[in-house]
Design a protein around this ligand. Structure first.
Ligand code: SF4
Length: 488
C-alpha cells in the first residue's frame, strides 16, 4: 500500500515500504534480495537506544512559522525540544525572520492521567495554545503514554477545531508505533496532506517544491538559472504557503528518506509530478535529477546548458581533489538515502569506501519507481560495496570502525565521538545541501582533505582514551546479536 490520506494515521514504513533495521552484506545483495522477495528484517537480541519517530515529526513541523504544537505526553517526551528550538532560532536568523522560540506546549501526562485518562488536559492545552500563540494551525502529536491509555485524540481535535476555527491536525507518532524513526516524517506529512494542503487554485508553471530539512539556500540561484522559483518545504514555511504547495509544477527531494511520503502524496492527491530520480549528489545523481526535472517542466535545453556550465566551472578543481584523495579509505554512517548520496560523493572523488552503514533501509520509496532508489543507483553507477544497516546501534558502529580503520569517518547524526576515541578523523555533516551538485563534490573534497591532513589531535585523544568496549567485543563478529544469516 502507498500513501493513503483517508486513514487517520499513517501506515508505518515496515508495512508500507517493507523497511528494515538490520542487515550486513553488500549493497547489490540487498537490492537483489528485495527483487527476489527474499528480504527479511533481522531482529537484534541486544540493542542500545535509537531514535523516536515523534522527534522526526518535530523536525518537520516545529519550525513552521505560524503553527503551534501540542505534544500529548509526559514532560520527558519534550527532551528534544531545546535542540529543536536551537535549530528554529538559528534557522530564523539565517532567513532574516524575527527570532523567537518554538510555539510548543506539552500536556505533562502524569501517573494519575495514565489511570484516569488525559483527554481533558489535551482539550485545555489546545485551547491554551490557541490563546497564547494565536497560530494559523495547531499540530497535536501523540506519544507512547497517550497511545497506551488510548485517549481519543481524533474526536478531541475535530471537536476543538470546530470551536476555534483553525485546523487542528492530529499526528500519530508514538515511539513504539514503528521501529523506523523516519516513519515520523511520514506521520507529519500525512497530517499536512490531510488537513493543510488545499486543492490548487491554478498551476504555477515556474515554481517547484523542494522537500528539505533546514539546509543553506543553494537552489534559488541554481534553479533560478533555468527560470524556476523554489518553495522549500516544510520547515520555515507558513501555513498559507503550505496550503498552496499543490500549485507547484513539480516536487523535488534532496533525500527520499525524508520526502518519500509527501512527494508521492502531492502527486497522488493533487497532481503535482514528483521528480523520480536519485538525489543530486555526485555528478551522476545530479545530472539524472536535473534532467528528470527538465523533462517534467519542459526545460530540457536549459537543463543541458546548466549541466555543461557547472561541469566546465568545476572540472579542474574536481580533478585536483580526485588526485589528492584517490585511494584514501573512508567509512560512511548516515540516514538511508542521505548515506547513499554520501557514497556517491566519495566514490566520485576516487576514495576507497571500506564500509558503510545506514540507520535503516527502505527497499523502495512510496512512488514505487526504481529510478528513485538511491542505493540501486549507487550500485549501477559505481559497482558493489560493503553495506550494513545498524539502526544507530553504537556498539555495531564502533566495531566496524575498529575493524575497518578508515582514514576518515563521515557521519550524519552520530558516531564521530567514537571515531575520535579510536583516533580516526571524522566530521558530522549538518547541512544536507553542502554536498549537492557539482559544487558539492568540491565542498566535500576540500572538507575531507582538511580533516585528514593533520590527524594528530584525534591520535592524541585515542592515545589517552580507554574505550568502554572490551577486546571481547571489539574482536567479536560485529553482527553477533543480529539474527539471520551471517554474511561477514
Ligand atoms: S514518544 Fe515514546 S519513545 Fe518517543 S520520547 Fe516519548 S516515551 Fe520515548
Amino acid at each position: 500500500m502507498s500513501v493513503d490520506i483517508e486513514r487517520a494515521s499513517v501506515q508505518i514504513r515496515e508495512q508500507r515500504l517493507s523497511s528494515i533495521t538490520g542487515y550486513n552484506g553488500t549493497a547489490r545483495d540487498l537490492c537483489d534480495r528485495y527483487d527476489k522477495k527474499d528480504l527479511h528484517n533481522c531482529e537484534r537480541s541486544f540493542t542500545q537506544c535509537t531514535s523516536c519517530s515523534a522527534n522526526q515529526v518535530m523536525n518537520q513541523i516545529c519550525c513552521i512559522q505560524d503553527a503551534a504544537i501540542v505534544e500529548h505526553g509526559p514532560a520527558g517526551c519534550s527532551g528534544d525540544i531545546p535542540g529543536r528550538n536551537l535549530v528554529n532560532r538559528s534557522g530564523r536568523k539565517k532567513r532574516n525572520l524575527p527570532i523567537c522560540n518554538l510555539k510548543y506546549i506539552n500536556t505533562n501526562l502524569t501517573e494519575k492521567d495514565m489511570v484516569y485518562g488525559g483527554e481533558r488536559k489535551l482539550e485545555d492545552a489546545i485551547r491554551e495554545a490557541n490563546k497564547r500563540f494565536k497560530p494559523k494551525a495547531i499540530f497535536v502529536t501523540t506519544t507512547c503514554a497517550s497511545a497506551i491509555i488510548g485517549d481519543d485524540i481524533e474526536s478531541i481535535t475535530n471537536k476543538v477545531e470546530k470551536e476555534i476555527g483553525i485546523p487542528v491536525v492530529d499526528i500519530y507518532c508514538e515511539g513504539f508505533r514503528s521501529a523506523i524513526w523516519a516513519t515520523g516524517f511520514d506521520a507529519a506529512y500525512h497530517g499536512i496532506l490531510r488537513k493543510i494542503v488545499k486543492p490548487p487554485r491554478m498551476k504555477k508553471l515556474d515554481e517547484v517544491n523542494i522537500i528539505n530539512f533546514q539546509g543553506k539556500d543553494i537552489f534559488t540561484e541554481l534553479l533560478g538559472r533555468i527560470g524556476l522559483k523554489v518553495n522549500y518545504i516544510v520547515p520555515f514555511t507558513t501555513i498559507e504557503e503550505l496550503s498552496h504547495i499543490s500549485e507547484a509544477a513539480a516536487t523535488l527531494q534532496i533525500c527520499s528518506t525524508l520526502g518519500t511520503y509527501l512527494g508521492a502524496g502531492l502527486e497522488k492527491y493533487f497532481g503535482v509530478p514528483e521528480v523520480k530520480a536519485p538525489a543530486p549528489y555526485g555528478i551522476s545523481g545530479t545530472n539524472a535529477w536535473l534532467r528528470e526535472l527538465g523533462r517534467i517542466v519542459h526545460k530540457e535545453k536549459e537543463v543541458e546548458k546548466l549541466i555543461e556550465e557547472e561541469r566546465e566551472k568545476t572540472a579542474p578543481k574536481i580533478a585536483e581533489l580526485r588526485e589528492k584523495l584517490s585511494g584514501k579509505k573512508v567509512f560512511i554512517g548516515a540516514g538511508a538515502a542521505h548515506g547513499h548520496g554520501l557514497i556517491a560523493i566519495v566514490k566520485e572523488l576516487g576514495m576507497d569506501l571500506v564500509g558503510s552503514c545506514t540507520w535503516h533501509h527502505d527497499p523502495l520509496f512510496d512512488n514505487g519507481n526504481k529510478k528513485s532508489d538511491t542505493l540501486r543507483n549507487d550500485v549501477k553507477s559505481y559497482g558493489d560495496f560493503k553495506f550494513a544497516i545498524c539502526n544507530k546501534q553504537s556498539f555495531e558502529l564502533v566495531s566496524m570502525l575498529y575493524k575497518y580503520r578508515p582514514d576518515i569517518y563521515i557521519a550524519r547524526h552520530t558516531g564521530t565521538i567514537w571515531a575520535t576515541k579510536l583516533g580516526i578523523p571524522s566530521f558530522l555533516m549538518g547541512d544536507e545541501h553542502f554536498g549537492i551538485g557539482y559544487q558539492g563534490l568540491i565542498n566535500y573534497g576540500e572538507l575531507i582533505l582538511d580533516t585528514i591532513t593533520n590527524p594528530s589531535f584525534v591520535k592524541g585523544i585515542a592515545a589517552h582514551n580507554k574505550l568502554p568496549y572490551t577486546d571481547w567485543w571489539l574482536n567479536q563478529y560485529t553482527f553477533k546479536f543480529l539474527g539471520g544469516k551471517k554474511s561477514e
